[in-house]
Write a protein that binds this ligand. Structure first.
Ligand code: G
Ligand code: G
Ligand code: MN
Ligand code: NA
Length: 253
């Protein structure tokens, strides 16, 4: 209850901010995009992890406000980097299942993009398989978002239970392989088989595949060998503040 009360005032008190984790082309190490990850620092509680406060936001309905704030801030940041001479090709933003409960969010997304002056194609929304499977009119909502022109990715892919038939109907462009499969990719035969199967599935359905949680060169080499070109993980960068992203990837870095 205390957490909820503090969280509800966190946006207006400027305690919420975003870090950004690069997504790279494994072979060239070029920046292909970033994922926005929300952070909360409260004077009393200190740093509060998203795994603690996102569920609270979801259970209290605050996620709608928080989600909209995150989206607007992420879009605004893209234009800031553009102005500073760093063109980040794509911004990925996580959506929660609860943001779909009150109907289509496509009009909100469209107005946030317009206000920021960001082209829809440069925004990618990440949804989990559970969002898609547990939301009544998910296919309609996802199609609405697609009509706005934003890209869609399935996050944590492989941990849910979406049927392949259903997947082929969804207007998504990207699968993100959950990091639990990447972790032991070169030592666990099952994880290896799952990762390879997801890469193949991506090829068959003509989707791009991003491996999450890549921490070492061995994992990166494995992915490249099996045809996965894009990755995100500590090997390349932790989630960082906007200025750090500029310093690391901007002109003359
Ligand atoms: O950075 P990490 O600890 O950063 O993130 C933990 C979890 O919180 C991840 O599963 C991530 O998807 C989720 N998360 C991070 N930022 C957001 C956000 O803006 N919205 C939602 N819904 N989830 C987020
Ligand atoms: O669930 P989602 O994929 O949206 O959230 C990404 C989460 O993974 C964040 O908490 C982020 O900090 C974390 N993360 C990103 N890269 C790595 C990595 O290489 N290793 C580990 N262990 N976690 C990572
Ligand atoms: Mn994600
Ligand atoms: Na994930």
């Amino acid at each position: 209850l205390r957490l909820e009360a503090l969280l509800r005032r966190a946006i207006e008190k400027n305690e919420i901010y975003l870090h950004y984790q690069p997504q790279v082309d494994i072979a060239t190490r070029q920046l292909i995009g970033v994922e926005a990850l929300v952070r909360w620092h409260n004077p009393e509680l200190g740093q509060v992890a998203p795994v603690r406060f996102i569920p609270v936001a979801e259970d209290t309905g605050f996620i709608s406000q928080l989600g909209q704030w995150v989206l607007a801030e992420a879009c605004r940041q893209m234009i800031c980097w553009d102005t500073a001479g760093l063109r980040v090709p794509k911004m990925a933003v996580n959506l929660s299942v609860r943001q779909f409960e009150r109907g289509s969010i496509a009009p909100m997304v469209a107005s946030v993009l317009q206000e920021a002056g960001l082209e829809a194609q440069r925004l990618q929304l990440e949804v989990t398989e559970s969002v898609i499977m547990n939301t009544g009119d998910a296919l309609g909502y996802v199609n609405d978002l697609r009509a706005v022109g934003v890209g869609l990715a399935i996050d944590d892919f492989g941990t849910g239970y979406s049927s392949l038939a259903y997947l082929s109907q969804l207007p998504v462009q990207t699968l993100k392989i959950d990091r639990s499969f990447i972790q032991d990719i070169s030592t666990d035969a099952n994880d290896e088989a799952i990762a390879v199967a997801i890469i193949q599935l991506g090829k068959s359905l003509n989707l791009s595949v991003v491996a999450e949680g890549v921490e070492n060169e061995e994992q990166a080499a494995f992915l490249l060998r099996h045809g996965c070109r894009h990755a995100q993980g500590y090997l390349y960068s932790r989630p960082v503040a906007p200025d750090d992203l500029l310093a690391q990837w901007g002109q003359g870095h």
